[in-house]
Design a protein around this ligand. Sequence first.
Ligand code: ADP
Ligand code: MG
Length: 343
Amino acid sequence: MSNERTEIAAMGEFGLIEHLTKNIELQNASSILGVGDDAAVIDHFGKQTVVTTDMLVEGVHFDLMYTPLKHLGYKSVIVNLSDIYAMNAIPTQIILSIGFSNRFSLEALNEFYEGVYAACDKYGVDLVGGDTTSSQKGFIISVTAIGEVPPDKFVKRSTAQKGDLLCVSGDLGAAYVGLLFLEREKKIFMESPGVQPDLEGESYVIGRLLKPEARKDIVEFFASQEITPTSMMDISDGLSSEILHICKESNLGCVLYEDKIPVSEEMKKAAFKFEIDPTACALSGGEDYELLFTISQSDYDKLVLNEQISVVGYMTEPEQGAHIITKGGSKHVITAQGWNHLK
Ligand code: ADP
Ligand code: MG
């Protein structure tokens, strides 16, 4: 990070936009026209288009005391790409709008855009437009992501079938524990600013919070194995609340096995330091950006090829409700707040 500070006011809005977007090279054939006109033009050549948008507000969704701007730029893109993958689609373009006060220098915006472009490069999406405005206070980010899917191959939340296997990608709960560490260190810093943060050994859980990835690989795996999940969504609010969405939208119940929920060793160790239950973190913690999906039992043989996928339960008749079977063998109703066997 450089110590220079360039005032944005001196550049003017058009100078700033030109500066932020001058190196864009469009990489998707579907990106017909990008930044520089009244609107972008996208042509998905016979495929269907998927669109999603998310807004991030300083003080509500992120805290700049412990969120590096480059990570924030990266994450702003990732959370939107995750929603596109959750539709079984491939993201192709994003539109990024920002609002910022004069507290932000050009160098700060450069860092933010470094993260944005790193995510665009990694996931092969084009930044094709946006808007730039000032705000009285704080940083506001709005990202719209656009993706493509072969006709009628998109996957909704509402189409799971009784008997389908309930599956998740990756591991869960780590981002939440990462947040607990950063909040703890922030509190210590506020009370005694001289103290250096003690985050030694917690890079996995903190990385899961600050630099999440979207599960492009899982959607590509589905395509390569000719699997179409029967329902899917991304896990941004914790496993239990997302499972309840699938159950409600699909009008089904489910059985979830606690011992099948994927959690990392790093997360388990970190959770114990806070004396909280790792399962509770997986069920109720947010911001994992993994995929939750159901597949037909006949696809099970193909699924076991992928170590990144865990079968955690199955779908039942709606009358049976949504339940978790604990490691001890007892059965509890799943609630949106999750379920915590310490309480
Ligand atoms: P308009 O007056 O039509 O809203 P703008 O002057 O806001 O146009 O934007 C000019 C061009 O720059 C448009 O193509 C717009 O999409 C793009 N743009 C504006 N702000 C950003 C930004 N922060 N990031 C990327 N593209 C931007
Ligand atoms: Mg504009």
